[in-house]
Write a protein that binds this ligand. Structure first.
Ligand code: AGP
Length: 605
């Protein structure tokens, strides 16, 4: 969702801000803006639409000269995405500019209070109250004014502040929204995430809730909510800068699909030692839990649906998966005997954070599976297992999802062993299968050319179905979401046995049904379901395991993926579906990395 960036140094701020905003584009946005301190005043340029349009306006405005500035990409929540509602927002007297990611829940009350004091508002946003309030609170001390301002705010925020009265400093503060500080030489930064800064510095400070950063050219001071100076550890970013670039690929999504063997290797290999699964530092007595609850949103939830089946099957412990966006509303029964597994690529998903807090407040132990180090979910959990997928930029997750599934499979084996529920032979068999996941993922990628041909044939379908049973059903949920989110084609995933309970009424001649048939035990039943939809004129594209001959006489098109133990199939089985979604979207001319209305990191509930 919204992205913020701030710069103070000796270089021209505008190009640094625009470059940073381009890197934040992946978060999802519909308008953007920058503000730069120039000649004792604040110059602001804003636009609805893309960063390129903003860069063009900056050029037309003469380039904005000045070495201190802030920038923003906005994903509209309060007010339409137009130039007036775009950030930075400037106080009525023009002294202050603010960029903000998050939602100010009490903005109506604050707005009314300020209006009663004579302040007039220009935008429909919640953010404008921050800058107008800051202006009212300022009596010559910007830090105090900001502290007073945020003490009045309810909701979530990462804020960046620019002041014409204080030209040698910028401020940043956060509460429940991501914010990091970048440390350079004679220049310093703040941003929503490291991708915006990594071309300038690899040394960062992770901000925590309630903290303020005073950022000057020659140093950064961080204060707690009471204004007391605190020491914050620095962290060095080790991933290659190329990881956040397209590297010759047309889209981040395709690059990230192709990176899956490497991402899986990075997530699996360090945790497999002499054929044993090892999670460094995880000392969990599994016998203290009588149930496992997995919670997440979107694709991470679908990874959880795979995890639910695998954990329950191997550990023989009751395991459920529940949408994080729903969990709170049903007043869930849980206590210290519940192990909650929270899954999130970004570690910043608002609904997932809310569910996590709810579970912790009820005494559950929270283990999270997260890709972004230092993210909010990582900080709030009792234990974190990182997926080492590297930065994921495309809105549609691919390597994020497969590494989550792989880690869940490893955790299931680890936990089953702790509980004494898996024989040494079966343990060795599964561990060996896990070790070969990256190689199988690589072979699944060889299907790219065949998938592209199928996408050319089927991209015109306006609606289609995915079906599968058991783990295949869990994978079909993710396959369907992938297609929907980037190609805008209506698609639904059905448990194959459910089709005949209603949905089969929608099957008509020419309708494409994608049948996932990688659970060998259930193959015959899937064949029956394929026959049922074919009898009504559907075209069937089947995904099955290599060596499966019978499927050729049943389906119109077949994609064969490398065979593995049934519980390890999801990681490879999803890959042709990711490629299918990609190529269909390409054929249909969609903006693959930035699908309409979507954001990479969904930081509002
Ligand atoms: C996946 O392609 C989606 N863009 C989305 O469903 C995503 O998985 C969901 O928003 C959860 O994100 P998280 O993993 O960062 O928590």
């Amino acid at each position: 969702m919204c992205g913020i960036i701030g710069y103070i140094g000796t270089a021209q701020a505008a190009p640094v801000l625009l470059e940073g905003l381009r890197k934040l584009e992946y978060r999802g946005y519909d308008s953007a803006g920058v503000a730069v301190l120039e000649g004792g005043g604040i110059d602001t340029v804003k636009t609805s639409g893309r960063i390129e349009a903003l860069a063009e306006k900056v050029r037309a405005a003469g380039g904005l000269s000045g070495s201190v500035g802030i920038g923003h990409t906005r994903w509209a929540t309060h007010g339409v995405p137009n130039e007036t509602n775009a950030h930075p927002h400037v106080s009525s007297d023009g002294r202050f500019a603010v960029v903000h990611n998050g939602i100010i829940e009490n903005y109506v009350e604050l707005r009314e209070e300020l209006i009663s004091q004579g302040v007039s508002f220009r935008s429909e946003t919640d953010t404008e109250v921050i800058v107008q309030l800051l202006d009212r609170c300022y009596d010559g001390d910007l830090k105090q004014a900001l502290m007073r301002t945020v003490s009045r705010l309810r909701g979530s925020y990462a804020i960046g502040v620019l002041s014409a009265s204080d030209p040698d400093v910028i401020y940043a503060s956060r509460s429940a929204m991501p914010l990091i500080l970048g440390i350079g030489a004679g220049e310093n930064f703040f941003a929503s995430d490291i991708t915006a800064l990594v071309s300038h510095t690899r040394n960062v400070i992770d901000m925590d809730d309630g903290e303020f950063a005073e950022i000057r050219r020659d140093g950064i001071s961080v204060f707690d909510h009471s204004g007391k100076l605190i020491r914050k550890p620095e962290r060095r970013i080790t991933w290659d800068i190329a990881a956040a670039e397209k590297n010759g690929y047309d889209h981040f999504m395709l690059k990230e699909i192709m990176e899956q063997p490497a991402a899986l290797k990075a997530s699996i290999e360090p945790r497999l030692r002499d054929g044993r699964v090892v999670f460094e530092g995880l000392e969990l007595d599994m016998s203290r839990f009588d149930r496992v609850l997995i919670t997440a949103c979107g694709s991470a939830y679908y990874a959880g649906c795979v995890g639910r089946t695998v954990i329950e099957r191997l550990c023989r412990v009751q395991t459920e998966a529940e949408l994080a966006s729903e969990l709170r509303y049903r007043d869930p029964v849980m206590d210290e005997r519940t192990l909650v597994i929270v899954i999130s690529q970004s570690g910043e998903t608002a609904d997932t954070i809310a569910a996590l807090k709810e579970c912790r407040s009820r005494g559950a132990f929270v283990l999270s599976i997260v890709n972004v180090v230092g993210s909010s979910i990582a900080k709030l959990s009792d234990f974190v297992i990182y997926t080492w997928a590297g930065p994921e930029i495309a809105v549609a997750t691919t390597k994020g999802y497969t590494t989550q599934v792989a880690v869940l499979e490893m955790f299931a084996l680890w936990a089953a062993d702790r509980l004494g529920r898996v024989s040494p032979e079966r343990y060795a068999e599964i561990a060996a299968g896990i070790a070969r996941i990256p190689e199988r993922a690589q072979r699944a990628l060889d299907l790219n050319a065949s998938v592209r041909r199928l996408a050319k044939r089927y991209h015109g379908n306006s609606s289609l179905f995915f079906m599968g049973r058991d783990l295949d059903y869990a994978v079909s949920l993710e396959g369907s979401l992938k297609l929907k989110e980037i190609s805008y084609i209506h698609s639904e995933a059905y448990a194959a046995g459910e089709l005949k309970h209603g949905t089969i009424a929608l099957i008509e001649p020419g309708r494409l049904v994608i049948a996932l048939c990688c659970c060998e035990r259930l193959f015959e039943k899937m064949v029956s379901n394929i026959q049922q939809v074919k009898a009504r004129g559907a075209k069937v594209l089947a995904v099955a395991c290599e060596g499966e001959r019978r499927i050729f006489s049943e389906a119109d098109d077949v994609l064969l993926v490398p065979r593995a133990d049934e519980i390890l199939m999801p990681v490879t089985e999803i890959i042709p579906m990711q490629l299918f979604a990609y190529h269909v979207a390409l054929e249909n001319g969609c903006d693959i990395d930035k699908p309409k209305n979507l954001a990479k990191s969904v930081t509002v509930e």
